[in-house]
Design a protein around this ligand. Sequence first.
Ligand code: NAD
Length: 517
Amino acid sequence: MYFVLNFLLATASSPSEVNDNGACPVPPLPKHLTEFYINGEWVAPHQGGTAFNVINPSFDEPVATISLGSQPDTDKAVEAARKALPGWSQERSLDERKIFVEKLLNIYYRRSEEMAQLISAEMGSPIDHARDAQTGSGSYHMEQFLRALEHFEQEQLVPGVHPDEASTTIYLEPIGVVALITPWNWPMNQVTLKVIPALLVGCTCILKPSEMAPLSSLLFAEMIDEAGFPPGVFNLINGDGAGVGSQLSAHNDIDMISFTGSTRAGRLISQAAASSNLKKVSLELGGKGANIIFADVGSDLEEVVQSGVWSCFDNSGQSCNAPTRMLVERSVYNQAVAIAAGMTNGKDVTTRTANTEGDFYGPVSSRAQFDRVQKFIQLGIDEGAKLVAGGLGRPDGTNGKGFFVRPTVFADVTADMTIMEEEIFGPVLSIMPFDTEKQAVEITNGTPYGLTNYVSTQDPERRRRLARLLESGMVEINGVGADDGAPFAAVRASGNGREGGVFGMEDFCVLKVVSGE
Ligand code: NAD
């Protein structure tokens, strides 16, 4: 996610040649498509599992068939993780666990082209984007956790107590067996944000990737196997939310669920966790980021607006932290709308099949996403927003089969319109004017979400005020991304997560207070 803006700024130029007439390509597939990785082995699902087609969204054609598991598979994976826990958490030191992750990272570098091909085929990221941003996010997170490890303290003193007088040590211990449930939109970003810190601090895990984009995780499991992690430390089962997802959430022998996905599923998981063994639940959920642009940006207006549009459309608008609501101070509002509409209607914003090289947008990830985005565009029109770019249907020049949507810009949106309130998860930008700073803050905080908000202003006092007043886990000011090791943080209906760096490792720990040792 940290890559989105940088990647876009680096690639926001010349479109490549249109080439949408090819057949659906089949990438080199993982070896064990219909099996699960449990206790260090590839095993067949209970009673063969349920066959599930993974669809290439550029062509609406199956690229592979996987198996969805059931309760016996879930139980088997949990049992393996539980059995492996004492050896991994107590008999291996942090340094030893680090060596396994370093091996994994080297394998990941070596097989990164395979990873990019799979991500592109399973969820529609254009191949160059899949290489740089999607696959790159996985290696980036492994690297940043290895760096953060230098600052992770397994034993701490009570703050304020002088070491000579301290009688108490706070141990940060691995929470235990963790289930990791991930979405399809940034597959390796999410998988590495969870698996790596969990394993480093000494947890054992069961990964359930999205059934829509499981191929990258199957390859990731092959890499884990090659790196030689002890059996049971990492387990993977495929399944859907109603099946394996719910079974993990309700399982009495799991100590924590780390979930990234929709607010809807986050609620169900929290309920299941509360009614079972009260396991810890860490949630990274949806978002509806505002991008507040003040007139004092002056001559930077064009760059600021363009950067906001690219960020909104990146990954075909399927990023939880996308700045989908652009709030512009009224005196420069018309200018901002003209810039956003001009670039979206221009030749640089193009859409193609994901296997084509170059800088463009791919399809959205599934028919369900396509229908959802169409529904929201129709709602925008019906509720009276002014369509200034894009609209319903597929973009010209695409193959007529894939789930391609037209990058769309609505102007004159009002705060009560559905497109301003609900997460669309497609390349749809809503722009509205504001008159005062207070009004901009109220509109920004007016959705239930609280993930990332963006502010552009030259006024330092205003920057400090807004950083405090905006109700979100992250506030990005003047396009400056967070430092290496800063967590991806969420509040309100966007969840309670803190993924990345030392914070992300501590999230997989429990505190034990020991005095008089
Ligand atoms: P989703 O909630 O439908 O599915 C996510 C995962 O949860 C999948 O693995 C799915 O099988 C599983 N799942 C679904 N229902 C479940 C249930 N009842 N119990 C247990 N597991 C269940 O979400 P999605 O469509 O895959 O992903 C898109 C959503 O993810 C968007 O809302 C997006 O904003 C959010 N997201 C958030 C972040 C973040 O860091 N905050 C990052 C990426 C995506």
